[in-house]
Design a protein around this ligand. Sequence first.
Ligand code: CDP
Length: 244
Amino acid sequence: MHSIRPRLINENGLRVDGRRPDELRPIKMEVGVLEKSDGSAYVEFGGTKVFAAVFGPREAHPKHLALPDRAILNCRYHMTSFSVEERKPLGMTRREIELSKVIREALETVAFLEEFPRASIDVYIEVIQADGGTRTAGLTAASLALADASIPMADLIAAVAVGKVDGQLVLDLCDLEDKYGEADMPVAMAPRFNSVVLLQLNGKFSPSEFKKGLTLAQKGIAEIYRLQQETLKKKFSASRPMEV
Ligand code: CDP
């Protein structure tokens, strides 16, 4: 049987969308984009488009779930039905339940939940369009939305996937690279502490590819972190009252 696997790196060493192996997709970020929530963010990595909204801290509901010493962090990662080509089930799939959990665990490492006993903080991530790297874009957006909601945190979380396509390590995979590549490794970090808060691997890396991949992810994360800080500064300096 013939394989219809597309070629992912061309003779000039460029990727399907024209990027170099170590290049991120064009990134857009904005905070305070929604009015009904306490904090919100919109993040775009090329064709991947994600909203995040945060409510809280507010009284935990139902009350019996409240914790006496800290806030509960609820997190829901969801892909809209129109974000992918295939017919996606309306409810939460197993994949979305798993991603909600790993995203929550990553956010819990930085949020000062003990400052809000008996409260809940609810994080909603909606993928509007999926083109690879939705969990990493979702996490990047969620930490911006938490900051926008003034939830105290030890650091922001910045995330990106690295992978292997046509035997070559690449940064920030698009959907085609994710589907037809040999490996995909999403990485999220609290960059201030140089601490990895999420790392998954789908496929195979040799130990040296793993090391190089992690270094490549760190490079992308440093750039994403810089953009996050810039985005927050822009919002908060615009909303600060004028000095007289
Ligand atoms: O999005 P992310 O890379 O974090 O997760 P994934 O499970 O590795 O999915 C990779 C990509 O596959 C997504 O970004 C979508 O573009 C695509 N996908 C899809 O088309 N339909 C799904 N039900 C799930 C994923």
